[in-house]
Write a protein that binds this ligand. Structure first.
Ligand code: RNT
Ligand code: ZN
Length: 415
């Protein structure tokens, strides 16, 4: 323990905050790290560059092109990220070994190498996502809401296959798997019919959920979106659609903080959903003016999101996952910056005197509340963060040197 930490501990103690508690509780909160930052969401199953309402920009050298490269890069990133980590996988990361099989017939064994990787790397578990984009069966931009029965049923079968895979991942890792369904379905211009596509999506979800699965092992979530590129006028899977579907069917909502109007805040939606749901899932990202999926930074909204999780004692209920992809910078650094910032925000949120703040709010002493909240902003947080990294055996501020070295020796040789 260094002197700076001792000083910081005393500074926080003055406000009734126990830094030791904060350090210990933060280290127990799992954050699901998305595999898709490492390869620009291309996947391993031949679907090709991200398409259908999802795209990456940039051409930084060293993109991982196969399972070996992607897992090597993830190992490097994980070694620089403190805290409890999970792996967030997409179905398109199936390891098919040349087998000719389409997404509606993927089997658990196609993900066995990922289970092995998760176990070797000491991860807490694996989360899963059907991949309903970048595929020939996306027809006219539609999937589960398609009027073409062949298309719609293909994607229903894909999701059913994913339920089985999720169950397998949960059984193998001993922790529940969050299976999140996101589809890009929508229209570029003013639609003639807004209801029927939603009714078809509803029917598809109903059909998917007829597949028996162990609810103690798999948590099914649905992720809404305000709009996607090329589908600006209408999104089938809107917020209202999925929130009502989830409430009626006892599944979970996933909130991606890039998927709302710029002045809507996911931090405010978390407590609203906690009033009704046992589980709330998150995709933490950073939208710059729209759903741009920039690297997560240590910003006010990220801190507010973390505060809503911690002060509502909801670390077990809120499933935190990261979802961003930047192809214009070193991809490992992108992983590390975003994941460390999520951890930072959780630690920062654990260092707030909530009881005292609540009392001030309930007593309507809003002046004192404002004064306190402003004072808290300049407490010596860095010293507690450094202590956290040291206890987690993870490099401090000089971590980027290691990534630069890895880029020089490994990434630059991928030609
Ligand atoms: C897209 C959604 C979705 C994807 C990932 C790859 O807008 O956010 O979650 O980013 O599934
Ligand atoms: Zn998302």
């Amino acid at each position: 323990m260094n002197d700076f930490y001792q000083i910081a501990k005393a500074a926080y103690a003055k406000y009734g905050v126990d830094t030791e508690n904060a350090l210990q509780s933060t280290a127990k909160i799992p954050v699901s790290v998305h595999c898709w930052q490492g390869d620009d969401v291309v996947g391993l199953d031949g679907g090709g560059a991200a398409s259908n309402g999802i795209q990456t920009t940039g051409n930084y050298p060293g993109r991982a092109r196969n399972f070996a490269e992607l897992t090597a890069d993830m190992r490097k990133a994980f070694s620089l990220i403190p805290g409890k980590k999970r792996l967030n996988l997409h179905a398109s990361y199936a390891v098919l070994n040349g087998e000719k099989v389409d997404r509606d017939a993927y089997r658990p064994e196609h993900f066995a190498p990922w289970v092995k990787f998760a176990k070797e790397t000491g991860l807490d578990g694996i989360d899963f996502n059907p991949t309903i984009f970048s595929h020939k069966n996306m027809k006219d931009g539609l999937s589960l809401s398609s009027p073409d029965e062949g298309i719609r049923s293909f994607w229903v079968r894909h999701c059913k296959a994913c339920l089985k895979i999720s169950e397998y991942l949960a059984a193998e890792t001993g922790t529940p798997c969050l299976m999140n369904i996101w589809i890009p379905d929508g229209f570029k211009d003013v639609p003639a019919d807004r209801l029927t596509p939603r009714l078809r999506l509803k029917r598809s979800l109903d059909e998917i959920l007829t597949e028996p699965y162990d609810k103690s092992k798999v948590i099914v979530a649905v992720e809404s979106k305000v709009f996607g590129i090329g589908v600006e006028s209408y999104t089938v899977g809107s917020n209202e659609f999925y929130q009502n579907y989830a409430a009626k069917n006892n599944i979970c909502c996933l909130l991606d903080n890039g998927h709302y109007h710029p002045l809507e805040y996911v931090s405010d939606k978390i407590p609203a959903l906690l009033a009704f749901y046992d589980t709330v899932a998150l995709h933490v990202t950073r939208g710059v003016r729209w759903d741009s999926d920039h690297v997560v930074l240590f910003e006010d909204e990220l801190k507010e999101i973390a505060k809503e999780i911690i002060r509502n004692d909801a670390a077990d209920k809120v499933k935190i996952a990261l979802d961003y992809f930047d192809a214009s910078i070193n991809r490992i650094a992108a992983w590390v910056v975003g994941a460390r910032n999520m951890q930072k925000a959780l630690l920062w949120a654990a260092l707030q005197p909530y009881e005292q703040m609540r009392k001030l709010q309930d007593g309507a002493d809003f002046t004192a509340l404002m004064v306190l909240q402003e004072e808290l902003k300049t407490l010596p947080f860095e010293a507690v963060w450094s202590e956290y990294l040291a206890r987690e055996n993870v490099k401090g501020a000089d971590w980027y040197d290691e990534v630069k070295e890895y880029e020089k020796t490994i990434l630059r040789n991928r030609t």
